[in-house]
Design a protein around this ligand. Structure first.
Ligand code: HEC
Ligand code: HEC
Ligand code: HEC
Ligand code: HEC
Length: 479
């Protein structure tokens, strides 16, 4: 009887929200609706994020989505010809976020690329810098510095905040140092890394105040669960270390095998084997991450975990609609712009030779052409056509020959004869060489610097000059 009575009193003291409050954070999405697909198994995509958020809502507790800024655009300055595409993309992202029930977002400097009125007109719930909002007992504070965020804590607490998350536009490392000296903030999310490639990884560390960096370009979500059980303070849940270490080890293996899947020109059989391995590892990680954590009833706790949006993860069909509409519209918008205002490439001059196309080279270098045809470079433009993105300005530059060069491709409606990565993509423009081959040369030995213009970190993360070079040379072509 005594025991039972004890139980009852406990029950009676339980707080109003027995279900955890879930918060998802994204940061520096940089206008990424989805991954480009340039290499296999790329992470990310707003429709995959949407699926995760919708699943969390099904558990019954409140779930919020907070975007921490620099989400709408990837560059601070947008060239005239790309304005229609980038604005359309920002609208598509805004539509997707609204459909996902975005609760709040802060605007970063990149969001101003088309002016403040542009992003304000998108009708997204923006949280101004220097203010906060309390969501089911959790305050989201937006402030220019961590100290400024800390100064808002007393007021947030007065307005019912039990746990405070600060969104601060400073790099992760800096925030990690500063976090040791602040009080009252449970989690800091970095919303401004050093450059476009600084937020490649998910990172979370710290003590009472933890600091997080969410993988940029929409490739991961940070998922925070706050369990408000008693009136006391909210502490980070301990005893979860073993599992976190295992998750970390699995993450590393996933990245390793992802690299192996993307080694150049693998046989189909090998690729399939490695992909199967990758999928198995991802499934294991997912299963481990999904095992419910035992949450104590007698105190208030918080946990944080990243959700990498792997290519094997399901997409939310309602949000995919916006992605698809964007893909179609952008092609049409860009074509219309090209027809109306497009400027053709300048002709070759004595100082600046122009591009002439593969057929002209093949007349004298048949052996080289034979080798080139065995590579994937001739298919580069066709690969875009397969996914319907040959008119996307985000894509076409690396998938044609001579982008923005004399006699190359300067407008998307004039690509005839340049629809590939041709000889001249590596050897340079050949208009002078084809007329007087003995007098005027082209680049004899293209090196890594030639390749990385296209094979950059983003689109060819596994690029290794020796390994890739070996795949494009052969008998009669540098072999
Ligand atoms: C900066 C240059 C660059 C841009 C921009 C670019 N790509 Fe690529 N793309 C590449 C390179 C390089 C590869 C080959 C990567 C590799 O195998 O390492 C590639 C490969 C691909 C492939 C072939 C993948 C396969 O396995 O068959 C597709 C499809 C593709 N890209 C689509 C796109 C789309 C869609 C966009 C725009 C959203 C885009 N690319 C933008 C450079 C680029
Ligand atoms: C103008 C852009 C461009 C340049 C320059 C370029 N590539 Fe590529 N490369 C591509 C694209 C695009 C693809 C993917 C084609 C496809 O599959 O659609 C690709 C694919 C490849 C592949 C096949 C990869 C695979 O996974 O099968 C190899 C190998 C490769 N490139 C090597 C090189 C090397 C070596 C250089 C420099 C000497 C180079 N490329 C220069 C754009 C470029
Ligand atoms: C009319 C015939 C002809 C055409 C067309 C031609 N080439 Fe050449 N190319 C030559 C000859 C001949 C040489 C050797 C020049 C020398 O030894 O000085 C040469 C040399 C080269 C070399 C240097 C190879 C070496 O080891 O010296 C490269 C690379 C090359 N050509 C690429 C191209 C490309 C790319 C094109 C198309 C834009 C092209 N060529 C079109 C005849 C031609
Ligand atoms: C992806 C880059 C790339 C493309 C595309 C490419 N080449 Fe090359 N080419 C190279 C490299 C790398 C070498 C080897 C240079 C060296 O000796 O280091 C080479 C060598 C050559 C040579 C010298 C051949 C020899 O055996 O000495 C010629 C000629 C040549 N290429 C012509 C062409 C022609 C013609 C095409 C188009 C049909 C073409 N290349 C396409 C990168 C490329």
């Amino acid at each position: 009887m005594v025991l039972l009575a004890g139980c009852v009193t406990r029950e009676a003291r339980a707080p109003s929200s027995a279900k955890p409050v879930t918060l998802f954070f994204t940061s520096e999405v940089r206008g990424y609706i989805g991954p480009c697909g340039c290499s296999e198994n790329m992470r990310g995509g707003v429709s995959r994020a949407a699926f995760q958020v919708a699943e969390a809502r099904k558990t019954g507790g409140p779930a919020h989505l907070v975007d921490c800024g620099d989400g709408l655009f990837g560059d601070a300055v947008i060239p005239e010809e790309a304005v229609a595409q980038q604005e359309r993309k920002a609208k598509a992202l805004a539509d997707a976020w609204k459909a996902m029930g975005l609760t709040l977002r802060t605007a970063g400097p990149l969001d101003d690329a088309r002016g403040v009125p542009f992003h304000e007109a998108l009708g997204l719930p923006e949280l101004k810098s220097g203010t906060f909002k309390v969501l089911d007992g959790v305050a989201i504070v937006s402030a220019p510095t961590l100290a400024a965020a800390a100064a808002l804590v007393p007021q947030a607490t007065k307005e019912g905040a039990r746990f405070v998350v600060a969104v601060v536009p400073a790099p992760y490392e800096q925030l990690l140092r500063e976090a040791m000296d602040v009080r009252g903030i449970g989690l800091v999310v970095s919303s401004k890394s050093r450059d476009a490639f600084a937020a490649e990884q998910n990172r979370l560390a710290g003590g009472v105040t933890k600091v997080a960096q969410v993988q940029s370009k929409g490739r991961s979500l940070l998922k925070v669960s706050v369990n408000l059980r008693t009136d006391g303070g909210v502490e980070w849940l301990r005893g979860d270390g073993e599992r976190d270490r295992e998750l970390y080890a699995l993450d590393e293996r996933v990245e390793l095998v992802r690299g192996q899947v993307n080694e150049p020109m693998l046989s189909d059989e090998m690729k399939a084997l490695r992909k199967a391995k990758l999928e198995e590892l991802i499934a294991r990680r997912e299963a481990l991450a999904a095992t419910p954590v035992v949450v104590p009833n007698d105190r208030s706790t918080v946990t944080a975990r990243f959700v990498p949006l792997e290519s094997t993860f399901p997409k939310d069909p309602a949000v995919q609609v916006f992605e698809k509409a964007y893909d179609v519209d952008v092609g049409l918008l860009n074509l219309a712009y090209a027809k109306e205002k497009g400027v053709s490439c300048p002709p070759a001059t004595e100082e600046k030779p122009g591009f002439v196309g593969t057929a002209a080279c093949a007349k004298c270098h048949g052996d080289a052409e034979t080798v080139w045809k065995t590579t994937r470079h001739p298919r580069a433009y066709a690969s875009l056509q397969v996914v319907g993105k040959e008119n996307h300005l985000d894509c076409v530059g690396c998938h044609v020959t001579g982008w923005k060069q004399p006699q190359g491709v300067c407008r998307i409606d004039e690509t005839e004869g340049r629809r590939e990565v041709s000889c001249e993509s590596c050897h340079g423009p050949g208009s002078a060489h084809v007329v007087a081959p003995l007098k005027t040369g082209v680049l004899k030995k293209p090196d890594a610097s030639t390749c990385v213009v296209c094979h950059d970190r983003e689109n060819s993360p596994q690029f290794d000059f020796d390994a890739y070079r070996a795949k494009i040379v052969g008998k009669g072509h540098g072999g």
